[in-house]
Design a protein around this ligand. Structure first.
Ligand code: HXC
Length: 256
């Protein structure tokens, strides 16, 4: 059914692999639409707890498809309104883990920054080369990078378009962990499967609350956090989790 991605599902983990390896998984609009479709499908699938996003071939992805983009103009871009797909990607409720090997450039770095957590292979490299094409990021890169890095480093990376190694990305808190290339997927899937065993409602509302912290003032974020904290006390999982603690046994969470 999909032409630009491959999806699979195992052990509560829904996987999406970008699959245009001949052009280093350059993100055309169809691919972004397919990623969104697959993510929303996994988000609604009770059997899926965690979503993993990765790339086939020698890169995560080399950015937006330049062939598709090069003849656009201001009005065509405005009327196409392609970024509503990206807005919806940011509304996925389940945790999304990106596993990056090879290049994650431009729009692909933006896609990686949409993930909730990132694991990188030693040979991964990140960057915003848009400036070298006479453009700038358009899918949240200037905003998400600045919120993660602070102003001065974000300015440097965005204005120079320099390549950032996995180690440097780790140093600046862009990626959670760096693994040898050959174990990246194994480690990512292990982490995802373990995350899938955490209390699903708690994980869901933690994601929502952390994203609020990124997006809102501390005061607004804390009001939001408090409401979600209260909300969890009407779940069966809260009762089960605390009962299991008192009874010194492993909790059995049901997502209710
Ligand atoms: C279209 C691309 C592409 C891209 C690579 N290819 N990146 N096609 N769009 N973004 C194609 C190449 O043209 C080539 O096709 C094939 O993939 C293999 O790439 P090579 O360049 O031969 O590989 P290599 O020499 O290893 O160089 C890898 C690379 C380079 C450094 C990643 O491909 C590169 O600089 N790509 C562009 C990166 C970039 O500028 N990304 C930002 C795009 S702007 P052929 O047919 O020649 O074999 C952007 C804006 C986002 O992302 C806006 C919001 C969505």
């Amino acid at each position: 059914e999909y032409q630009c991605i491959v999806v699979s599902e195992a052990e509560g983990v829904g996987s999406i692999e970008l699959n245009r390896p001949r052009v280093l998984n350059a993100l055309n609009r169809q691919m972004v639409g397919e990623i969104l479709h697959a993510m929303e499908h996994f988000d609604a699938d009770e059997g899926v707890r965690v979503i993993v996003l990765t790339g086939r071939g020698r890169a995560f992805a080399a950015g937006a498809d330049i062939d598709e983009m090069m003849h656009e103009d201001t009005v065509s871009l405005e009327m196409m309104n392609q970024f509503t797909d990206w807005d919806r990607l940011a509304c996925i409720k389940k945790p999304v883990i990106g596993a990056v090997h090879g290049f994650a450039l431009g729009g692909a770095f933006e896609l990686a920054l949409c993930c909730d957590m990132l694991f990188a292979a030693e040979t991964a490299s990140f960057g915003f080369p848009e400036v070298q094409l006479g453009i700038m990021p358009g899918a949240g890169g200037t905003q998400r990078l600045t919120k993660l890095l602070g102003k001065t480093k974000a300015m440097e990376w965005l204005m120079t378009g320099k390549r950032i190694s996995a180690q440097e990305a780790h140093k600046y808190g862009i990626v959670n962990e760096v693994f040898a290339d050959e174990v990246l997927m194994e480690e990512t899937m292990k982490f995802a499967a373990a995350l899938g065993k955490q209390a699903p409602l708690a994980v869901r509302l933690i994601k929502e609350s952390v994203l609020k912290a990124v997006d809102h003032s501390l005061y607004e974020g804390m009001q939001f956090e408090r409401k979600n904290f209260y909300l969890l006390f009407s779940s069966e999982d809260q009762k089960e989790g605390m009962a299991a603690f008192k009874e010194k046994r492993v909790p059995h969470f049901k997502g209710r």
